[in-house]
Design a protein. Structure first.
Lengths: 458, 107
């Protein structure tokens, strides 16, 4: 098992990610398209390739003696350099690099021994390219100029985004497990308003996917990236395992996030609401007003009915209502529109032709790719540990792109929600009819222009 | 005369009952009207029970803003089908002979 995991990690490191997209599985009554599957044995950025050691023997050492010494140090196999008695040793299971180096360095025939360090390309000045192997499939981030954006601002845990949703796979607790690609992500103490406790774990899949777009661990040689990966996340569970909640619970969740303090500070600056409803609510509206007065920006999904009616609370004037566009920058057919729409962001659009004959997604641009757990396994077996990378499409997926940008703008020094909203809207790339229109609002968010034009680090 | 007959026959074939634009239009109009009547009936049924447009208690919020769109598949569920699935008595009241539909949002 350990060997299989190591092999998987090695493939991921090499950018060879085994694609297990072949399964077309049921999400309750419908299908989910699994596209890739990577588990990480270690968290964080590695300096060395696991299980590998370089050793150089003195010229006088015979190959047979070199083989014996390498075997004694724990080597399973070795590759000889074309240019001298230098070997890359693959250690056997259970042998640590440090132990192998200690052994080799005491052997009289050894010239030197060292770990096999990971070499990375130098970053272009002003740009940051993460090493997450599935980042190449994140068309949605590249559409927003993510690498230039990260060159300006990556975020900081002093700024937190509260994700009011079905919870987040952020901790090991009971049957719940922390998602592997949240390795370096900072989480604040959240609250579960469905079960009334402080463990806002996800039992649906939706909240984890949304949160991953905002702050999935990035540049950790695993999976995909998060847009504001330096920022902290706060899980607040206001939707149940079916993705359903209520006005009262959502207003409670907003107040919780706004009033949360840590070291005398209010770290939550942004609230992501990839949710909504048909009617309006005084309790939610007043909670939103209290949040905005407290300096917290609310970002909400326009809704997925494909109708000329922006969902509540995205339709509120002091909320940033987000619609979805496809990879060709046209409005996604499911995305609601109307005079209350603020901006649009990538949400994709999964069509029948995006699915190959074996059930695999054959066009990554169909949807937003992030990590979450398999909802089928969760529902069928009560297990919340079957993590994969899933393609999902909707205004729920567009919204966290904007929430992430809002968080980065706070980090740039902007403090007022009205200024955040103005910065996002005024720098958006106009789409559709010239000027603001009801289909695209102010247009597609442009994080690079927004971050360059406002606050610090211009 | 022969030419005139050919033209007449061609015209008659083109304007057969299957593709009669007037008939198709009136069929579509009547289907639309029937749907509107059904929606109205269901909305009345929901309102009388203090349910939202999706058949859930008023004040319900949904992931993505609606229970009718599956973000994992891109598929949309017909609202009336969704409601009838939850409340068969609404179907009995408003559309006893209706068949279920599911579709992608038209592009």
């Amino acid at each position: 098992m350990y060997r299989a995991i190591r092999l998987f990690a090695l493939l991921a490191t090499l950018g060879i990610v085994v694609d297990l997209a072949g399964h077309r599985r049921a999400l309750r009554a419908d299908d989910v398209y699994r596209v890739a599957f990577v588990r990480i044995p270690e968290r964080g950025r590695r300096a060395y390739r696991p299980g590998e050691v370089i050793v150089q023997f003195k010229e006088a050492v015979r190959d047979r003696d070199a083989s014996d010494m390498m075997r004694e140090a724990g080597g399973r196999s070795a590759r000889r350099s074309d240019f001298g008695p230098r070997y890359l040793i693959q250690l056997d299971d259970g042998f640590e690099i440090a132990d192998a180096l200690d052994r080799l360095r005491t052997m009289p025939g050894v010239d030197f021994a060292e770990p096999n360090g990971i070499v990375r390309a130098f970053q272009r000045a002003g740009y940051f390219t993460p090493n997450d192997p599935l980042y190449t499939r994140q068309w949605n981030f590249r559409m927003l100029g993510s690498e230039r954006m990260w060159g300006i601002q990556k975020g900081d845990p002093s700024v937190a985004v509260a994700v009011l949703d079905t919870g987040i796979a952020y901790e090991d607790f009971g049957p719940y497990r922390k998602a592997p690609d949240f390795g370096g992500t900072v989480f604040l103490t959240g609250h579960d308003y469905i079960n009334n406790d402080d463990h806002a774990n996800d039992d649906n899949f939706h909240g984890t996917h949304v949160a991953s777009t905002i702050a999935e661990a990035t540049d950790n040689n695993l999976g995909v990236a998060g847009l504001a990966f330096g920022c902290a996340l706060m899980p607040v569970k206001v939707l149940d395992s079916q993705g359903v909640g209520s006005f009262f619970i959502v207003s409670e969740g907003i107040d919780y996030a706004v009033n949360f303090t840590q070291n005398g500070q209010h770290p939550v600056k942004v609230i992501n609401l990839s949710l909504g409803g048909d009617a309006t609510s005084t309790s939610v509206r007043q909670a939103v007003d209290r949040a905005v007065t407290a300096g917290v920006t609310i970002v909400a999904a326009a809704g997925n009915d494909g109708q000329s009616k922006v969902s509540f609370p995205a339709a509120l004037p002091n909320v940033i209502g987000v619609g979805a566009i496809e990879s060709d920058k046209t409005k996604a057919p499911y995305s609601n529109f109307g005079p209350e729409l603020s901006v649009v962001a990538p949400g994709g659009n999964l069509r029948d032709e995006d699915i190959g004959p074996d059930g695999r997604v054959i066009r990554p641009e169909c949807c937003v790719l992030q990590q979450t757990f398999n909802p089928d396994v969760a529902e069928r077996e009560g297990r919340y540990d079957d993590f994969h990378y899933f393609y999902v499409t909707g205004t729920s997926q567009a919204t966290p792109h904007v929430a992430a940008l809002a968080a980065l703008l706070y980090r740039q020094g902007i403090t007022q929600p009205a200024a955040i909203k103005a910065a996002i809207e005024s720098t958006a790339d106009d789409l559709g009819a010239p000027g603001r229109d009801d289909t695209y609002g102010h247009g597609l968010i442009n994080p690079v222009t927004a971050l360059k034009g406002y606050g610090l680090n211009q | 005369m022969g030419l005139l007959l050919s033209l007449f026959l061609a015209g008659a074939l083109e304007a057969g009952p299957k593709d009669d634009p007037v008939t198709s239009k009136s069929k579509a109009t009547s289907a639309k009207a029937a749907r509107a009547r059904e929606e109205k009936c269901v909305d009345r049924w929901l309102a009388s029970r203090k349910l939202d447009p999706y058949g859930m208690p008023e004040g319900t919020m949904y992931a993505g803003g609606t229970p009718l769109f599956n973000e994992a598949t891109g598929r949309q569920i017909d609202r009336l089908d969704y409601i009838y699935g939850k409340h068969p008595e609404a179907k009995a009241a408003c559309a006893p002979a209706r068949k279920a539909r599911s579709r992608r949002t038209p592009t």
